[in-house]
Design a protein around this ligand. Structure first.
Ligand code: ZN
Length: 200
């Protein structure tokens, strides 16, 4: 997921689960990894991984900036609900973006110097939904959503797969399904945010 989706998903979870900024930060942080695990589009549009934000292609930057702005605007729509809870919202938002700040900015080189830091970077990467390599040995849990999507598209769209490499229409069919699931998660999150009591 990109930043806007993480903000919406994280705040929906944290604001319905806790009233403490510290646990909101932790829920936000955990929600990032859960959101990463769920099927979604983001850099799955590209056939390779991007670690350092400085190596990102311009189109990914444009996508990130646009998606973040839309996410923030959507979140601000719930400002009346957030009244009196802004500390929670800020703590959650920081927590839900922290994993990507640690992994994709130059902070990653500091983490890489320590065993724990490297282990965390590996965890973040391997616990991330990746459409193009469903059969990763790394983590079975993380590979499962992509396996399910592949199996679904194989059933609905038999013969779409072209040889060993994925055909373009096959890749788009899988991406579309991942996008629909991401949209579903976001709509659910918005419904949760909309159902929160407005504090006076
Ligand atoms: Zn992430």
């Amino acid at each position: 997921m990109l930043a806007g989706a993480h903000l919406i998903f994280g705040n929906a979870l944290a604001l319905s689960l806790t009233e403490s900024p510290v646990s909101a930060l932790l829920v936000g942080f955990a929600s990032h990894h859960l959101g990463d695990l769920l099927p979604h589009v983001d850099s799955n549009l590209w056939p390779r991984d991007f670690d350092d934000i400085r190596d990102w292609p311009r189109l990914l930057w444009a996508l990130l900036i646009t998606e973040t702005l839309i996410g923030v605007l959507i979140l601000l729509h719930f400002a009346p609900t957030f009244a009196g809870r802004w500390a929670l919202v800020l703590a959650t938002s920081f927590g839900s973006l922290l994993p990507d700040l640690l992994s994709h900015t130059p902070i990653r080189y500091l983490l890489k110097r320590t065993t724990v830091g490297q282990a965390y970077l590996d965890f973040h990467k391997s616990f991330h939904f990746r459409l193009r390599s469903p059969k990763r040995a790394a983590t079975t849990v993380a590979a499962l959503p992509a396996e399910l999507i592949t199996a679904t598209v194989d059933t609905v769209h038999p013969g779409a797969r072209v040889g060993e490499a994925d055909g373009i229409s096959y890749r788009w069919a899988k991406l579309a399904l991942a996008g629909v699931i991401e949209l579903f998660v976001l709509v659910l999150s918005l419904l949760v945010l909309g159902s929160l009591p407005v504090s006076l």
